[in-house]
Design a protein around this ligand. Structure first.
Ligand code: SF4
Length: 108
């Protein structure tokens, strides 16, 4: 089965907007590639699956990695800007980002 990729090219994380359209390895590969564009990203050598797994153990691992990341603010900004609905970005889960947005926090 070929890779289904329908993401736009608006920004660094644009391809992650509808990850349910991607086979999981492709999402992970793309996530890894996009995150590498953030120079100095702490997740460069991490398994990208932990950022999408959704289990508590994986979430804890991902958050620990993000916690020491020098580009965390930029990563979170990109996720908010692009309305990323899945995965952990900038140390926050999708639910945590939604709560931020409900409080009026945005990338703008
Ligand atoms: S904040 Fe987390 S997901 Fe974002 S670049 Fe840093 S380590 Fe990767």
């Amino acid at each position: 089965m070929g890779t289904i990729y329908r993401g736009g090219s608006r920004g660094a994380l644009a391809g992650l907007r509808r990850p349910h359209l991607h086979p999981v390895p492709s999402v992970a590969d793309r996530l890894n590639a996009e995150r590498h564009e953030l120079a100095g990203a702490a997740c460069t050598a991490a398994d990208p699956e932990v950022f999408f797994d959704g289990t508590q153990d994986a979430t804890d691992v991902a958050k620990r990695i993000c916690g020491g990341c020098p580009v965390r603010a930029r990563c979170l900004w990109l996720a908010l800007e692009h309305g990323e609905a899945f995965g952990i970005f900038g140390g926050l889960t999708a639910d945590e980002r939604r709560r931020l947005r409900r409080k009026g926090v945005s990338a703008a």
